[in-house]
Each structure stands twice: as structure tokens, then as C-alpha cells.
Design a protein around this ligand. Structure first.
Ligand code: ACO
Length: 448
């Protein structure tokens, strides 16, 4: 199989959201802390009728319907998620309901978990399957689904929720350049979920930021090495048209891109212009550790990278800013934003993606885009995802109702023997929602 990659995409996010500006005021944070400080506009959240299973049921069903894919044509289904609903039964098995109905139970794949990286692991598995000798000619589907919620405190505004479904196969408009890849994996306690009775993570915010940036540096280093070995020339920011980052909040994405420019400067790569060289030269002797702590470096590199950021990163930021951190779906929602904003100009372009999952696991990888043929074309993907329509039809909740919802969800997490309100009035037709969890913890869903 050639040009294996993403043929089609669909995204689902809850229609319920809270404005960051309102949340800021409600939390007693200083004005601008969430909107400018974190760079976030709005945050989506699940109410008691939605969860990672209902969202993924919606995304997969819609993907199959909108691209007219017969469920029998699917041979592999992989899910990435870090939202634990069951310690044994995979989310993938819930999604099998869609395929069993059509008589297809011959579908490989289960769930992959490591913080926000599970979706990337699932995607690599699926792409590898299509490229392997065990491929049977059918499509794969990768689903990233998460509800990101944090305990009261500074991390709470960095939540979010969404599910993304991607159809995987050969001759894709979004093809992997599989040789160009760099990973960095190590042991860290930056963000983890050791308390199985709670949906909330334990998070060391400052450490997680540094871990993220260190992983980025290392992935970029390995990525550049591999590129240079294969292509016989240096890689620099000018060799890719867009850079897409896992996006816990936009400020970290801004810092990340400027960090890549600083890396280019240190390696003396061709893309760094004279002004940048001059502004960054005071920092050339910093040790690695010092460089993560230096506010002056952060400021200088963000300033010199601004024009490049606007061209190569800004078009990827729409959904992460509007929805918040979607954990496994975050990176792919950023990529979806790029397709939404630039679909008519993307043919021939190279896009670099950086996936990060706390704990920690990270990979930088490369995609090459083509317009493709309907229904698997970039313009049709943009049409199907209908980001403008989905964003417009949302309902803003006041912060105290958001907080009330989270309180209710705290009680419901891991609980049995309850029925939900079954109130689906805010959901659009075709959306799945949770109706009941019975005395045996079995979950039941309905479709609006
Ligand atoms: N106006 C403008 N900017 C402001 C204001 C204001 N009124 N107040 C603060 N800021 C800025 C700060 O200067 C800071 O920006 P900087 O980093 O450029 O200096 C930013 O807002 C955040 O302020 P902090 O005081 O650093 O924020 P705090 O410590 O309260 O929390 C954090 C931020 C650590 C990101 C927290 O939300 C968190 O723990 N989130 C979850 C962890 C996370 O997402 N980590 C990322 C990688 S791991 C993952 O993906 C889960």
C-alpha cells in the first residue's frame, strides 16, 4: 500500500461550553489570565448525558454516514483515550455495536492509553497495519476521545472535551512520511491519574510545562537527525509549511514554536535570519536547564518567531482555543483546524505534528498533503467537519452551572444504579447520549 494515511475525518464536541473570560472572573483570577495568559477563548465540557463513549459513538457513526462507508469495509478500529470508564473493557468494544448490527465482527484493535499520546499510538498502529503483510485490504478507523476535567484550581481552565474519528487507508490525501519521525520517552511524574476513584489527574503544572518542552526539543533533535541522514541536508523550520502541536492551552503552543526556532538557531540552521540571530545570541551559552527557566529567552524567541508563528501555526489553533485541551484529540483537533482554514491551499504541503503525553511519551512526525479525490479530498473533509456550524450552534453556560455540572459528575464517576435526565434538547440530531447505568454498572446509550 502506498501513501498510507488519513482519508477522512470527523470531529464531535459537546455543544455545552463556558467562556474563559467569564470563568476568569468567576474564579477570581486576574483579568486576562485565562484569555491572554493561557491564550484560551472558550472551553467545552460534557454534561451528565455525555461521556467519552457517547462522543466516540457519535463521531464514528457520523464518519461512516457522511463519507458513505459501509461498516463491513472496516477491518481495524483503534481507540486512544485517557478517560478511564472501565479498567478492563475497552471503549473499542462499545463502538462494536455499530459494526455488529451490520454483521461485521471481524475487526482488530483495542484501546491505547498514555495520557494525551494514546491517539497517536492508535494512529501509528493503524497506519502500520495498512502498511503490513497482515493488512486485508479494508480500512482502519482511529478514534481519539477524551473529557479533560481538573479539580478546582489553576488547572481547571485547561479542560475540554471532544472525539475525533479518522479513516485510515492507502492513497490518502493526508499521507505519512513514515521515515521522518523522532520520539522521546522517559519516566516522569508531571501529570498522572493514580486515584482510580477520581476522574481528576494529579498534576504538577510547572513540571509538565518543562517536560513538554524538553520532549519537544528531543523529538525535534531526533527528527532532524533522521531527516538529515535520509535527505543529506539540514532540516529547519523552512522545510515544513505548518507545525501542529498537542495543545493543552495556546500559550504553550506559542512557546513551543519559538523553542523550535531557538533550536534552529543553536544548530545554525539556514532558516534563522540575521535579526533572530542577533536577538538570540545572548542565550547561546545557556545550559539546557537554564534555557527552560529563562524568561528573557522566552520573550526574545517568541518575539522573533512571531511572523513565522502567524504563518505556520496560527491556522492550527482555532479548535484548541475554542474547545480547550481534548487530551488525545487535541493534536488532531489542531490539525482539523488547519484543514478547515487552509484546505484549498494545502496540496503538496508538508505538515509536522508534535504529540505529547505526560508520564511521558512524545513523537514528532511528518505528513504530506494532496487534494485527493472526493469523498476523500481535503475540501470535502473541511465540509464534513463543518467547524463553523458546530461552533456556532453551541450554548454558553454561566461558570456556576459549569461548576455544578462538574460536581454532579464527581458523584457519578464510578457510580452505578442511576438514570440520567435523558435531556438531549441541546444535542444535535444523530448525537448519542447516556441514559442509564444499571446495578451491574452496565451503561446504556440512546441516539437523538
Ligand atoms: N493577564 C495576562 N497574562 C497573565 C495574567 C493576566 N492577568 N495573569 C497571569 N498571566 C500569565 C502568566 O504570566 C503565565 O504566562 P507565562 O507562562 O507566559 O508567564 C500564564 O498567564 C499562566 O499563569 P501562571 O501563574 O503560570 O498559571 P498557573 O500556575 O496558575 O497555571 C498551568 C497554569 C500550570 C498551565 C495550569 O493551568 C495547569 O496545571 N494546567 C494543566 C497542566 C497542563 O496542561 N500542562 C501542559 C502539558 S501536559 C498536558 O497536556 C496535560
Amino acid at each position: 500500500a502506498k501513501n498510507v494515511g488519513i482519508l477522512a475525518m470527523e470531529i464531535y464536541f459537546p455543544p455545552t461550553c463556558v467562556q474563559q473570560e467569564a470563568l476568569e472572573a468567576h474564579d477570581g483570577a486576574s483579568k486576562g489570565k485565562y484569555t491572554i495568559g493561557l491564550g484560551q477563548d472558550c472551553m467545552a465540557f460534557c454534561t451528565e448525558v455525555e461521556d467519552v463513549i457517547s462522543m466516540s459513538l457519535t463521531a464514528v457513526t457520523s464518519l461512516l454516514e457522511k463519507y458513505k462507508i459501509d461498516p463491513k469495509q472496516i477491518g481495524r478500529l483503534e481507540v486512544g483515550s485517557e478517560t478511564v470508564i472501565d479498567k478492563s473493557k475497552s471503549i473499542k468494544t462499545f463502538l462494536m455495536q455499530i459494526f455488529e448490527k451490520c454483521g461485521n465482527t471481524d475487526i482488530e484493535g483495542v484501546d491505547s492509553t498514555n495520557a494525551c499520546y494514546g491517539g497517536t499510538a492508535a494512529l501509528f498502529n493503524c497506519v502500520n497495519w495498512v502498511e503490513s503483510s497482515s493488512w486485508d485490504g479494508r480500512y482502519g478507523i482511529v478514534v481519539c476521545t477524551d473529557s479533560a476535567v481538573y479539580a478546582k484550581g489553576p488547572a481547571r481552565p485547561t479542560g475540554g472535551a471532544a472525539a475525533i474519528a479518522m479513516l485510515i487507508g492507502p492513497d490518502a490525501p493526508i499521507a505519512f512520511e513514515s521515515k521522518f519521525r523522532g520520539s522521546h520517552m522517559s519516566h516522569a511524574y508531571d501529570f498522572y491519574k493514580p486515584n482510580l476513584a477520581s476522574e481528576y489527574p494529579v498534576v504538577d503544572g510547572k513540571l509538565s510545562q518543562t517536560c513538554y518542552l524538553m520532549a519537544l526539543d528531543n523529538c525535534y533533535k531526533y527528527f532532524c537527525h533522521k531527516y538529515e541522514k535520509l535527505e543529506g541536508k539540514q532540516f529547519s523550520l523552512s522545510d515544513a509549511d505548518y507545525f501542529v502541536f498537542h495543545s493543552p492551552y495556546n500559550k504553550l503552543v506559542q512557546k513551543s514554536f519559538s523553542r523550535l526556532l531557538f533550536n534552529d538557531f543553536l544548530r545554525n540552521a539556514s532558516s534563522v535570519d540575521d535579526i533572530a540571530k542577533e536577538k538570540l545570541s545572548p542565550f547561546s551559552t545557556l545550559t539546557g536547564d537554564e534555557s527552560y527557566q529563562s524568561r528573557d529567552l522566552e520573550k526574545a524567541s517568541q518575539q522573533v518567531s512571531k511572523p513565522l508563528y502567524d504563518a505556520k501555526v496560527l491556522p492550527t489553533t482555532l479548535i484548541p482555543k475554542q474547545i480547550g485541551n481534548m487530551y488525545t484529540a487535541s493534536l488532531y483537533a489542531a490539525f482539523a483546524s488547519l484543514i478547515h482554514n487552509k484546505h484549498s491551499e494545502l496540496a503538496g504541503k508538508r505538515v509536522i505534528l508534535f504529540s505529547y503525553g505526560s508520564g511521558l511519551t512524545a513523537t514528532m512526525f511528518s505528513l504530506r498533503l494532496q487534494e485527493g479525490q472526493y469523498p476523500f479530498s481535503l475540501s470535502n473533509i473541511a465540509t464534513v467537519m463543518n467547524l463553523t456550524g458546530k461552533l456556532k450552534s453551541r450554548l454558553e453556560f454561566p461558570p456556576d452551572e459549569f461548576v455544578e455540572t462538574l460536581k454532579l459528575m464527581e458523584h457519578r464517576y464510578g457510580a452505578k444504579d442511576f438514570v440520567t435526565s435523558k435531556d438531549c434538547s441541546l444535542l444535535s440530531p444523530g448525537t448519542y447520549y447516556l441514559t442509564e447505568v444499571d446495578s451491574m454498572y452496565r451503561r446504556f446509550y440512546a441516539k437523538k
